[in-house]
Design a protein around this ligand. Structure first.
Ligand code: PAF
Length: 285
């Protein structure tokens, strides 16, 4: 596997690959890799000739400095995992390499109402930071296909909108959330949970499964209220637990009753004893 820390080196290799007609698949990450990330690499390998993975803990998308400070970093293990997974190129830039002009926003992305609901309502500026770094990475890698995980439900919608705003040719491929055998959605932040906290975190997927099992038997508002109670009863601070659909224009709607469109239960909650904020979502109809 090639490992590049400088944009120029990466660009040189990619320009040669493109001249050889290779289709480039890209998996952007913030490291602390787990099987969920590796499933993105596997999907990229299946659908491209050259797979680029980036690891960059992007400071501009953390609205909470403590979350940024504590974000798990496991670079040596990540390199081993990527090598074993057959990843072709790892891009591992510094903050200076990604933001040579400093961290102040260089432009504002018009994400519309998508930016101010759910995650956006609780993490002001988060999606501008995501947009900023993914824009930079997509300009650099110029992949044919971009692979992202469904676990970041709203992020996928934001990136879809970013691609449209920038009129990029890249195809966004959304891959399913991977879960541990006990149901916990795989996440780098799980590394910050001790065994007791990790056990407690199972209440998140349990609440989503409860909603899925009862979606046709109770009003949606009552179900989300019940889910919230299940979590608060176990010491979670719930930012939101809502039932949503995706509108044809890529915005999020909050239906009162299940219709024909896919309905998702989406949740963000802080496990209180660890302070770790976890997100998850599940299609419930
Ligand atoms: O999902 C992530 O890991 C990050 O938000 C991303 C897309 C790599 C941008 O920093």
């Amino acid at each position: 596997m090639y490992l590049f820390k400088q944009k120029d080196d990466l660009e040189r290799l990619l320009s040669t690959a493109r001249k050889q007609g290779k289709r480039i698949g890209f998996v952007p990450t913030m490291g602390a890799l787990h099987q969920g990330h590796l499933s993105l690499i596997a999907a990229a390998k299946e659908n491209s000739d050259l797979v680029v993975c980036s690891i960059f803990v992007n400071p501009t998308q953390f609205n909470d400095p403590a979350d940024f400070e504590k974000y798990p970093i496991t670079i040596d293990q990540d390199i081993q995992l990527l090598t074993a997974a057959g990843n072709d190129v790892l891009f591992l830039p510094s903050v200076q390499e990604m933001y040579p002009k400093g961290l102040a926003p260089e432009m504002h992305y018009e994400f519309g109402p998508l930016e101010t609901v759910l995650e956006g309502a609780h993490r002001p500026g988060h999606f501008q930071g995501v947009g900023q770094v993914v824009h930079k990475l997509l300009s650099l890698v110029a992949p044919d296909k971009l692979f992202m995980g469904q676990k970041d439900f709203q992020q996928c919608l934001i990136i879809n909108r970013l691609i449209k705003l920038l009129d990029l040719k890249v195809e966004l491929v959304i891959c399913p959330t991977l879960r541990e055998t006990d149901g916990l959605a795989m996440s780098s932040r799980n590394l910050r949970l001790n065994p007791t906290e990790r056990q407690n975190a199972l209440h998140i997927s349990r609440a989503l499964n409860y909603i899925k099992d009862h979606v046709h038997t109770a009003p949606l508002q009552a179900l989300s209220d019940q889910g919230i109670h299940q979590l608060t009863d176990h010491g979670f601070e719930v930012d939101y637990l809502e039932m949503v659909s995706i509108l044809p224009d890529g915005n999020i709607s909050f239906p009162d009753t299940p219709g024909n469109d896919p309905l998702y239960a989406v949740v963000a909650a802080r496990e209180n004893s660890s302070g770790v904020r976890l997100i998850d979502n599940m299609q419930v109809n």
